[in-house]
Design a protein around this ligand. Structure first.
Ligand code: HDD
Length: 690
């Protein structure tokens, strides 16, 4: 391909940075500026002059800095990285990105869904997990979530879902949360949401960090081999650190302690070289398998149990570089489910089909131009070219006359531009066609889509006792926030009776309402075998890697004990953070001065995974009068974390109500092993759950 007439990619060149090569401050048009402090006035106290183009340009540009935020997933954090294909799956897909050993640059954006761009990181919400692969055959965007199913089966319901969950239309609250009238009014009238609600009410929506959550492509896609043979596939991201979540009380307090908890965690991990990693897994199956299941594989409210189709690992994603600029990259990145490459294809999932239509529009509205693909973060890293021309913010300068084809310009020595290629081009797979995949035009859903409860039940019954209690409690919490719409909580509980009678009773009891009659099910649910893969607790890793330990110390604390805990935590790849009443630190037992990383009042224990309290008798006495210190221990206990304490800390632990038991240790090796875990069995002793 010649660059005479075609638009081309940037070939991975670093894009121009503001200030590159400019030692002197200039206007946007390169005119040197002599004074950036004062506007041009007629006399020292006179009016500002209209001719002040320096002022005018600066304010004009500032006035237009904001662009529309994403209608959903507005709050997000991004990172660059690399995907390496580690398995030979050429028998399944011809995609270059899956060639064993191939390394592909990626940009990943994690997000919450309901909140605005300036909202917090820790509401109870689904997390977006969107990956842009800059493959040598064009961009592939896998725009998924941290939950493998979705609220609705058909894209036509998406605006209703989003309107109901976002802040209410008249009062503009609540921000970033589903615990309000309109969401539950809608959800309780939409039995197809039930399975997703089970996930949403579980700790899946309270991830400890982006690094410890799974990702899912959600829909059934297709893999296509070189001979055109297609297989169905589901994509999974499995975090190397295992799964971890917070608990509700902790998430609430995190919201106050650090609005940017997850954004900061991601940034700091990458910044310190602790690169987050996920394995990419696939579940591959064929039409015969699909037809034999009690659910429809084209229904995005259903998953395929890993016990039925094991996840096969085919690659590794490593995030290794923070963005240079949030706006240029994380805000302007535009994901498109339509970005697909040869070797991968769509299925007829009606939710996916609607998404294929939606995202292109939203990018045009958000970024203000059909040329948003030219923004460096969106541009392919491989050469690209066609005869699409002009439009707002066109930055490429095609030469010559070839802006149409067919043309015969080459016959006269002119560049005729690129041409389609049957060999290299994307070709939609000739789909295996089930009986009802084509036919009359109908506004209809396939028969098995009517089963709204079997997999909700599967999910609930696959959870540990503690996880089930969390689900019941969150239904109670959320439905308790429903105000005047009294018909809503009973209607929701009536649906839950189809999932699990015990769950429905717990929720009714927690709400203090009578158990309503069971809602009629559109299709009777079936029992499926519970699956360990659906539980967080069964997929946690006892490791300090990726976890942090807060060490509270004061004047007189034992220097050797502090050093020993820090060294032991770091030896296990954990992060040790020193906390003291004064950020300047304290004078330790050996007379040395130790600086703190955080001041006690602003560094509560919820931002840590475990805490050590290393105090002298005198130091402890002082802390007894400091509510933040008592709370530090109390919350660590209530949030089921390990607490390692010096003997002298006992009065503080007593005042905080910390009882001896699992995870409460001295400062020895037991603490280091306890700090790698959470102690869920402690919970019934510290909190009433539904
Ligand atoms: Fe969507 C953004 C994930 C259904 C319409 N979606 C968006 C993002 C993620 C998802 C992760 C943020 C991308 C980023 O970081 O920029 N969406 C999903 C998943 C879905 C889903 C996993 C179901 C399986 N979405 C869905 C439907 C529609 C949309 C059915 C419309 C018919 N989604 C959008 C959107 C957004 C979006 C309005 C807002 C900003 C954007 O696209 O770029 O077009």
């Amino acid at each position: 391909m010649s660059d005479m007439t075609t638009t081309t990619g940037n070939g991975g060149e670093p894009h121009q940075r503001a200030g590159d090569g400019a030692a002197v401050l200039t206007t946007n048009h390169g005119v040197p500026i002599s004074d950036n402090q004062n506007s041009l006035k007629s006399g020292a106290r006179g009016p500002t002059l209209l001719e002040d183009f320096v002022l005018r340009e600066k304010i004009f540009h500032f006035d237009h800095e904001r662009i529309p935020e994403r209608i959903v997933h507005a709050r997000g954090s991004g990172a660059h990285g690399v995907f390496e294909a580690t398995a030979d799956i050429s028998d399944l897909s011809k995609a270059a990105v899956f060639t064993k050993g191939e390394q592909t640059e990626v940009f990943v954006r994690f997000s919450t869904v309901a909140g605005g761009a300036g909202s917090v990181d820790t509401p109870r919400d689904v997390r977006g997990f969107a990956v842009k692969f800059y493959t040598r055959e064009g961009n592939w965007d896998l725009v998924g979530n941290n939950i493998p199913v979705f609220f609705i089966q058909d894209a036509i319901k998406f605006p209703d879902l989003v309107h109901s969950v976002k802040m209410e239309a008249d009062r503009a609250y609540p921000q970033a949360g589903s615990a309000h009238d309109t969401f539950w009014d809608w959800a309780s009238l939409m039995p197809e949401t039930t399975h997703m609600l089970m996930w949403a009410m579980s700790d899946r929506t309270l991830p400890r960090s982006f690094r410890t959550m799974e990702g899912f492509g959600v829909h059934t896609f297709k893999l296509v081999d070189a001979g055109g043979k297609a297989s169905f596939v589901k994509f999974h991201w499995k975090p190397r650190l295992g799964l971890q979540s917070t608990i509700w009380d902790e998430a609430l307090k995190l919201q106050a302690a650090d609005n940017d908890y997850q954004r900061r965690d991601l940034w700091e991990a990458i910044d310190t070289g602790a690169f987050p990693q996920w394995d990419l897994g696939i579940q591959v199956f064929d039409q015969a398998f699909a037809e034999a299941q009690p659910y429809d594989v084209l229904d995005a409210t259903k998953l395929i149990p890993e016990d039925d189709v094991p996840v096969r690992i085919i690659g590794t994603l490593t995030l290794n570089r923070n963005p240079d600029n949030f706006f240029a990259e994380t805000e302007q990145v535009a994901f498109l489910p339509t970005n697909i490459v040869p070797g991968i294809d769509f299925s007829n999932d009606p939710l996916l089909q609607g998404r294929l239509f939606s995202y292109l529009d939203t990018q045009n509205s958000r970024l203000g131009t059909t040329n948003f693909h030219q923004i460096p973060i969106n541009a392919p890293r491989c050469p690209f070219g066609n005869f699409q021309r002009d439009g707002k913010m066109q930055t490429q300068v095609p030469r010559g006359r070839a802006n149409y084809e067919p043309n015969s310009l080459a016959a006269h020595g002119e560049d005729g531009g690129p041409r389609e290629s049957v060999e290299r081009g994307f070709a939609t797979v000739n789909a295996p066609t089930g009986a009802d995949e084509q036919g009359d035009k109908l506004r209809i859903r396939a028969e098995l889509f009517a089963d709204h409860y079997s997999q909700a039940r599967l999910f609930y019954r696959s959870q540990t006792e503690s996880e089930q209690a969390h689900i019941a409690s969150s239904f109670v919490f959320e439905l308790s926030k429903v105000g005047v719409l009294e018909q809503v909580p009973p209607r929701m509980v009536a649906n839950l009776r189809n999932v699990d009678e015990d769950l429905a009773k717990r929720v009714a009891d927690g709400l203090g309402i009578d158990l309503p009659d069971k809602a009629p099910a559109a299709r009777e649910p079936v029992d499926m075998a519970p699956s360990d893969a659906l539980s967080i607790h069964k997929n946690m890793k006892d490791t300090l890697e990726g976890r942090s330990v807060g060490i509270l110390f004061t004047d007189g604390s034992d220097a050797t004990a502090i050093d020993a805990v820090v060294a032991a935590v770091e030896a296990e790849k954990g992060k040790a953070v020193l906390v003291s009443p004064k950020v300047g630190g304290a004078t330790l037992s050996d007379g040395s001065k130790r600086k703190a990383d955080g001041q006690l009042a602003g560094t509560p224990s919820q931002i840590f995974d475990a805490v050590a309290i290393i105090v002298s008798k005198e130091g402890c006495k002082a802390l007894l009068k400091e509510a933040a210190a008592v709370q530090f221990a109390m919350d660590a206990f209530g949030h089921l974390k390990a607490i390692g304490a010096s003997d002298a800390a006992k009065p503080l632990l007593d005042k905080a109500g910390v009882e001896p038991g699992v995870g409460i240790t001295g400062l020895d090796a037991n603490f280091i092993s306890a700090a790698s875990q959470r102690f869920y069995p402690r919970e019934p002793g510290v909190r009433m759950l539904a």
